[in-house]
Design a binder for this molecule. Structure first.
Ligand code: AMP
Ligand code: ZN
Ligand code: FE
Ligand code: FE
Length: 292
């Protein structure tokens, strides 16, 4: 059984529609994929509707933009109740802040000699529910200012870069508590990837375990072999579930094809078991996921 627990669709900054992803996952030899768009549940219905025909299980998830000690931390929430208002409201707040910063970002780019309107970014974003820097990059590519997303990030959009504008993010422990209150489980996404490495040492992870963290994403392309070995040690010391995933963004991010990293079936079972416990504690029926 091959399991990929971190995949983006065009509802955030991926390029594959959510209804296309199950078929693509099947073609990539996957049995289970988790749809984890940034800060939105919007892709869940169409992805789960396409899952049965493709013969794959879709685990509904979300990659939440959080902040810890001033650093950006991405938190994967699996199986939260989408009708749980406190979490849904926080996600909406993040999405609003993402949309509002586009005015300032396009102004900075325009002043830098690359005229761009918010409407250009919205056209590039299509039907996305969550707007991100990758959509600004796509608008810059469409105008012919740069060649691809990576170039836009390298020169203009990186954190602290000339066209970077910060946005709202909730505190990581608060996000973990909200996911739990919504009957779901939390896994730290690429803890030692860009951005979060600085703030997520073993001591910080210990604090998040206290807040209710269930697992860490160890096998991710942002992690070296040494990173993975050290993160496995940390996971083992806190009895955290160890996951592996692609963080696929379609053609939007090179080097992250579906299934490039996968989660061990035994770890997936542990994650689901913790999910059942969380759902029971929240007084919620555990969602039916189908059989892989
Ligand atoms: P934002 O969500 O607006 O903070 O933008 C961050 C998103 O941009 C993340 O989902 C990354 O996957 C994506 N990203 C970061 N760096 C790059 C890059 N060099 N090329 C393509 N996408 C990137
Ligand atoms: Zn992304
Ligand atoms: Fe991420
Ligand atoms: Fe991601």
């Amino acid at each position: 059984m091959r399991i990929d627990l971190h995949v983006h669709s065009s509802m955030s900054d991926g390029t594959d529609r959510p209804d296309e992803l199950p078929g693509r996952a099947r073609s990539a030899g996957l049995d289970v994929l988790a749809l984890t768009d940034h800060d939105t549940y919007e892709g869940w219905p169409s992805a789960t509707a396409a899952a049965a025909e493709a013969g794959v299980v879709v685990v509904p998830g979300v990659e939440i933009s959080t902040r810890l000690f001033g650093g950006g931390v991405h938190l994967l929430g699996y199986l939260p109740d989408p009708t749980h208002a406190p979490l849904a409201d926080e996600l909406a707040r993040v999405r609003d802040s993402r949309a509002r910063r586009l005015t300032e970002m396009t102004r900075l780019l325009t002043e830098a000699g690359m005229p761009l309107d918010v409407s250009d970014v919205l056209s590039a974003a299509g039907h996305a529910s969550t707007l991100g820097r990758p959509h600004v990059a796509d608008a810059m590519v469409a105008k012919g200012y740069i060649g691809d997303r990576a170039e836009a990030f390298a020169h203009w959009l990186y954190e602290g870069g000339p066209a970077y504008v910060p946005r709202y993010a909730l505190a990581t422990p608060e996000a973990i508590r909200l996911v739990r209150a919504a009957g779901g489980v939390s896994v730290l996404a690429h803890p030692w990837g860009r951005g979060s490495r600085r703030v997520l040492d073993a001591q910080a992870i210990a604090g998040l375990v206290t807040a209710g963290l269930t697992g860490i994403e160890v096998d991710h392309e942002d992690h070296t072999a040494d990173d993975r070995a050290a993160l496995r040690e940390i996971a083992s010391s806190f009895e955290l579930v160890v996951t592996g995933s692609s963080d696929h963004h379609g053609t939007g991010k090179a080097g992250h094809p579906l299934g490039v990293n996968t989660t061990e079936p035994a770890e997936y079972e542990r994650l689901l078991e913790r999910g059942r416990q969380a759902a029971a504690a929240a007084g919620r029926e555990f969602p039916r996921l189908g059989v892989a």
